[in-house]
Design a protein around this ligand. Structure first.
Ligand code: AMP
Length: 431
């Protein structure tokens, strides 16, 4: 028999991990809603040229890591390696800038695909949750976006969050900086990797981002973008920093931060979570000036970030924040005897209809085995009844945590459950 395995760099999601993923996702969505964002979805595949844009992109992600294929109609399609381009495309294509109040504030979550070497916190299919705030240019929106990122992590329970920020400036600043970089790197470039040798002419900023150890060493002493910001860009960066300070966001300026995609201008940032293992940045984002314009729309700016959900979950579990992720069951039904077992189906349905999660054994068994099943299912209550009790319309409701048991009236199950069962939500309120 052939055996089948998942594709390298992908993962199956089930059990506790699936619960944690769901919980983390709910918190992130709730936070985005608090900041007046709305849900947004784009297709998982796009035309390849959306990402390549006439080879305008010279990043590893676009040049080397895309899952690109021809469909049966001969179209070149790519499984999205990032979200922002797709969201910007959707805004332009649907002319949302004309019909919506600006800024458009969109949040999204879903899988991305990059052909990378799998490793700690690095997959070929991974999940991002992110936001894009498009259509208005303001230092406040830049700061608010980073605040949302930091607050979301705080709300999830993280306390050791480190935000690094930088400004890549606008076109004028970057042109001046590019010139300075070429001057700096030119005498060293022969010793650098093939990519760097090529990119010194196409996109010298990328030389700062090279992962090759020797190249990193050379890049260490490269000039800083912050010395090349024109007044307007410098003032903008100062304003963003002032807002962040006012908002109590802890940040550090890192002039070497350039991010892995070319559309960024102005503010860029990355956040990592300090912990026992180094998963790299959990979140990255920044401001972009002309992505919509490049895609054939009006020249409207945007700012956004994306969180890597798998990295987030890894840190979440390392910190022990995942303990309450499994909601468990409200009630486990334990019928003893044939008649009780048959009647249990109706009671099970009734319990669920009243809003309590409930389960019963699939086959008749011993009370002992029922208790084991209830425990594994994380049940908080057991509803126990035998044939005789059933005839009398009675059952025992046992609180499995407190080990207390009371007799209830099965003919009025709805009220009895309401009276005696403390659901997870209520339980939290009491804490
Ligand atoms: P980026 O889209 O490259 O700015 O990345 C944003 C975030 O996505 C990173 O900070 C990571 O948390 C996550 N991420 C990026 N690439 C991967 C990957 N290959 N596997 C898992 N997470 C990733």
């Amino acid at each position: 028999m052939p055996t089948y395995q998942k594709v390298k760099g992908t993962m199956d999601v089930f059990g506790h991990y699936a619960r944690v993923k769901e919980k983390v996702s709910n918190v992130l969505k709730a936070m985005a809603e608090l900041y007046a964002y709305s849900p947004f979805e784009t297709p998982m595949m796009e035309s390849t040229d959306l990402f390549q844009r006439g080879s305008g992109e010279t990043t590893d992600i676009v040049e080397k890591q895309m899952y690109t294929f021809l469909d049966k109609g001969g179209r070149s399609l790519t499984l999205r390696p990032e979200y922002t381009a797709g969201v910007a495309r959707a805004i332009v294509e649907n002319k949302l800038y004309a019909t919506s109040d600006l800024p458009i504030k969109a949040y999204y979550e879903g899988p991305l695909f990059r052909y990378e070497r799998p490793g700690l916190g690095r997959y070929r299919q991974f999940t991002q949750f992110g936001v894009e705030c498009v259509g208005e240019d303001s230092a406040w929106l830049d700061a608010e976006t980073l605040l949302l990122a930091v607050e979301s992590l705080y709300f999830l329970g993280f306390r050791k969050v480190k935000a690094k920020i930088n400004s890549l400036g606008g076109k004028a600043s970057r042109d001046a900086y590019r010139k300075a970089l070429v001057e700096y790197f030119r005498p060293h470039v022969d010793k650098m990797c093939q990519d760097c040798q090529r990119r010194i002419d196409t996109n010298p900023l990328r030389l700062l981002d090279c992962k090759v150890p020797g190249d990193k060493e050379i890049a260490k002493d490269a000039p800083s973008i912050l010395d090349y910001l024109v007044d307007e860009d410098r003032e903008r960066f100062e304003k963003v920093k002032a807002y962040l300070t006012m908002l109590g966001v802890d940040f550090e300026v890192d002039s070497g931060l350039v991010r892995g995609l070319d559309y960024y201008s102005g503010l860029v940032f990355e956040i990592s979570i300090a912990g026992e293992k180094d998963y790299g940045a959990v979140l990255g984002g920044g401001h972009y000036d002309d992505l919509l314009g490049e895609l054939g729309g009006p020249s409207l700016p945007g700012v956004g970030f994306a969180i890597g959900i798998e990295r987030l979950i890894a840190s979440y579990c390392d910190e022990g924040l995942d303990k309450d992720a499994d909601p468990g069951l409200d009630v486990y039904l334990m019928p003893i005897g044939k008649e009780a077992f048959d009647a249990a189906f109706t009671l099970l349905v009734e319990t669920r209809l009243n809003g309590y999660s409930a389960e019963m054994p699939a086959k008749e068994g011993k009370l002992n085995s029922y208790f084991k099943k209830a425990e594994r299912a994380g049940a908080r209550y057991a509803l126990i009844f035998g044939d005789e009790e059933l005839k009398a319309g009675k059952a025992q409701l046992k609180d499995l945590n407190k080990k207390e048991q009371i007799e209830i009236d099965l003919t009025d199950l709805e009220h009895e459950l309401e009276k005696h069962i403390e659901t997870e939500g209520e339980h939290d309120d009491h804490e």
